[in-house]
Design a protein around this ligand. Sequence first.
Ligand code: HEC
Length: 147
Amino acid sequence: MIQQSGSAFSKYGLVAAFLLVFSGALFAASNDKIFERIAPAGSVCMIGDSCAGGVSVASAGGAAGALDPEQTYNTYCVACHGTGANNSPVLGDAAAWQPRIDKGLDTLYSNAVNGFNNGAMPVKGLCMSCSDDDVKAAVDYILSSVQ
Ligand code: HEC
């Protein structure tokens, strides 16, 4: 009994090893093709970020190349500004935003683009594919929730 299960195991082991090597070889052979195929999808993703789920730039009616501010917020900013993580001011929380609004819009723009408080508010809110204007538009979107 023990011996039988032992040999069954090694048989499966052999099959598994064969599959592993075989699929590895297959993968290596088709590697270039795979990279070729995913490259365009990756760049489309960078430009419009529509891969993150939904609204295309054209249907959002934005200027060419600009991201939809609501989508930028929902993809990047919401992680902190939707939850209050690290004491981030939350979307729609007028009391939290008012003292910041009092600093002036340019300060808010600049702190969002360049980061603020030793990176507690990270550069561009971690949206590295965002232009400065995309970040500013996301700030506008956040501020519109309290005005
Ligand atoms: C990793 C968490 C995090 C992400 C992601 C993030 N923020 Fe922030 N943000 C913060 C925190 C924390 C503060 C408060 C910093 C403080 O006052 O010390 C803040 C503050 C701000 C402020 C106010 C700055 C000021 O001068 O008072 C703006 C505007 C802002 N964020 C915009 C954005 C935008 C737009 C995005 C998305 C593109 C974003 N943030 C993404 C954490 C984040």
